[in-house]
Design a protein. Sequence first.
Length: 1062
Amino acid sequence: MLWMNALRTSLFSWHWYQACLLAPSGLSLAATAAKLRNSLDKHHRSYISYRTRQLADRKKLKKSTAEKIHDHLSQNAHGTFLWVALVCQRLERCRAWEIPNQLVQFPQGLNQLYAQMMDQVRESDSCDLYMSVLAIATTVFRPLTFAELIAMESLDIDEETLPDLIVECGSFLTTKGNTVVFVHKSAKDFLLKESSNLLFRSGLAQHQYNLFQRCIAILQSLHKDIYGLFYPGVLLDEALRNCPNPDPLDNLKYACVFWADHLREAYKLFVQDEIIDDFHGADVAHDFIVEKFLFWLEALALCQNLSAAVKALIILRDLLGKEQASYKELIEDALRFLYLFSPVIEDYPLQIYASGLLFSPHNSLIRQRFQQHTSGVFSKLPKVDDDWTPIRSIYEYHDKHNRAKTISLAPSSDLLFVTTSFALFRWHVNQESMPELVEMINRNSHEKMAPSPDGKWLAFTSSGSNSESAQISAQRALHVRDWNLNRIIWSKELEDRQVLGMGISPDSQCLLVWYDEELELYDIKGAMPQRWPLEPKDRVIRFSFSSDSTWVALNIKRITISAIYVFNLRTGKRAKNEHIGRIYDARFIPNTHSLTICTGKNTVYLWRVLGEKVETWGHFDHIVIRLAFSHSDSWLALMDHHRLYMYDRSHRTLLQVNEVPFMQEIGVSFDDQTIACLTPNSICLLDVQALLAGKQPSRRDGVKSYYVSENGQLIAYEVDGRIEVWDATKFDILCSLAMSDFVHGKVWAMAFSPNRHYLSVADESSIVIWNLNSQSLRRLSTRLRSGGSLAVSNRRPDGSQWVAALQPRGSLSVWDIATNKPKRTIEPPDDSFPYACSIAFAGSALGVLWCQNLGDEIRNAALFLLYNVRSCEQLSQINLFDPYKSISYELNPFAEPIIKFSPSGELIMLQQSLGPRFVLWDLRAGGKCVPIGNRFDLFFFLDESTVSTDEGIFHIDSIEPSLWESMKLQTKDGDGMKSDRQECANPSFIHLTFSQYSRDEYDDEWIKFDDKPLLWLPTQYRGHPLAMGYDFIVIKHFSHFYSIQFAQEADKLMRQALQNLT
């Protein structure tokens, strides 16, 4: 509206006028004020003239009437633009002949005019409705849209009619687009201060409580998958593009975000009014979380305001008293769910019902309450931890070049800063589920950043170019910026020196900067009270300040040695220690001047700096590369690259061990409640109470070795002196035996029969065949070659069953263990291929890949022979020859065999070399083959037309016929071995596209469906896929396996859902 634009102009002029009064000027303050006042008066007179002309044109007023209006406005406005605007707005609602009489009834002064407006509202036939709208508009936390106001007031009107109602609310309100706003802040202030008793007849406390209840009532319409998208991996942008019309969230957005704010305000006012016994908001909020929590999170994610959930849950948690422990337990559980899954929910809202419900712990109250809402894509939930792990939140940044650098936690707040190669993150760890990106660094520069622990200022260097496309440029200046004022406090030219690192003291008063040749200390104003020279070959690796900011320790690395320098920042005193070997880390113990140093000798030393004495503090049975102390002197955290160890400080006993892969840095929050860990591409927050309250550290060994059956359903592995067989479809151990019952010494090899009914286990002197159905054992005594191949066949209809194994001298022996027939020996075909590097059964046939040697590289040639297992007669032969590449086999007795047969034995897939080198043969087609260039480690046939790998499934029929090439194949006839194909092609490798369920080679975060994200894996559940079936995936993570089971017809439903997306 034009009058609103004029009003904004006037308000801007007034703020400009006030600012100029404060600014230095060549004029005196009085002269400046007078000049600005004259300018404002001129604007005001112009505005009155403009509004008078506008009113006269619209109402077709006589010139005399217009002059009377102009004079009245000029005499009574007293320079107030808003008064003029409101009077003219009300005159526009009068008939032309009523204007002269109405004009003189407007009181002078804005508050008097507001009072008159309220009197008119009270006299209206719809007084209660107008008062209610004004009451809501006065107490909401942001302006409401038309849809939100209609919902909050339960108005029985449509959005087209609402502006007419707003006009009737005494001119206090107006519309801006589809939003209801106050004409000016003073109007809202008047209603709150002068008309509170009229607006809030039951009291402001009850009114806020009513708004809270109304929000909760509105949100009862929330439900799972409110946009009807179905596919769990749909991106937020895709979801918003496919929003139904009308948007079911249009009228819910305010309630979603602000219900807890109204609850908090109501509680505060109930306490002030001493009527807290009548407050039942906690019960209402608890019931809402129980019934609608996940649907509410989905709505907030679609509203792009997921952070409001953390704020609301913290508000609710803080309102709960000790007598509401069960309520608080639910809220804490909801927070843990949100902290862990919010990074993915923010971008993929429906992962709430996929990853969220699949991987939240078994005892999670949220999981138990909403388990029936798990995405219909999954038929079973994987076996997960019973309770929440100590990992509270993980934030990942996916740029592989953006590596974590430093971590700092404020000494008196929950503020965490993390610097990476190109960014600075700020995180209030007790209030936010994810950090905020606050600064970015030019990728092509050598710029450095260091935030103050209190978050008030930032030290940084600037380079000669701000262009990201420019070549790498040198640092030009050192700056310190006040974050609150967003201005540079001081700068210093670097004069061709290179800043190698910076650090700010815990009290945020000193900046330490190191260069090649010296160390400099600045105070917050830019003065440099201290400077220390460094030796030319010194390189600062790490630093640590004492809690009182008196001392700083630098970990110095030279070409051959490490050293610790300590500097007194007040006196300039320095000392060093360079006689304790390689140093990984050095930290001051909180509130002391004692320095702890961890070294490459698995030893932590204590250096009492004032006494210059170094002593051994502790020696550990694991490497120690970083350490951090609690501020309460109760515990110490040590870390290696993959584990965090919690030790009791007094007794130096191990309290807990937690796996956090690839850790680089750790820090402890001021309240000892959070440990922050940095990995190369993530920030991980650990809950200390959960760490210390967990089970005592287990000495159970991890899975040392494993073997996967055909179709990936069964996995055999050795663990804790037992051999266990795990069934992926049942999510449980199928059978288990103590190794001492049937193995002598070390297990050398394991192999499943093709039908998975039998498991053969070989040691130094025997082979044991384990019937997995009857649990019976059959032993065969023989000498085997260490690390040699092993295979067991199905039991044949005639009762025979065969075992093949490599003998010490290289020959291959075959036994019929069912009939106890003597063994048969298959000798190498010639001296060129003396070793059987892989063997496999297919019906009554035995396939053998003969090679030149074992355990190293197979140079130039390999030979595949197919034998009749009964007679050991050759049936066919394939010569493998690649003149350009050597063929390498990594012989691990528990790795997948290199040979894989289809169930009929007519298709063969061989691993030709390590990495992306596989060959698929169709023996039915006279030796046609397809070389495959994908990189995967495990593979097997699901049926005659489908191959499963650890990266996904591909269908043989999808390979273009023109891509099949001829290779040299020899078959047996009456005259001996005869070549059916004489040409020896060396075709190019094809790259397969996986369909259905798969995993990207370079992305372990997601399980994909038809190459689209389907299921996000939390960090603690990421690992290497061992098998992918038609409807399941098996993943190994550290020392355990888990399986994800998909529902029947899920693939069809998901493809249909993807097709429906626009």
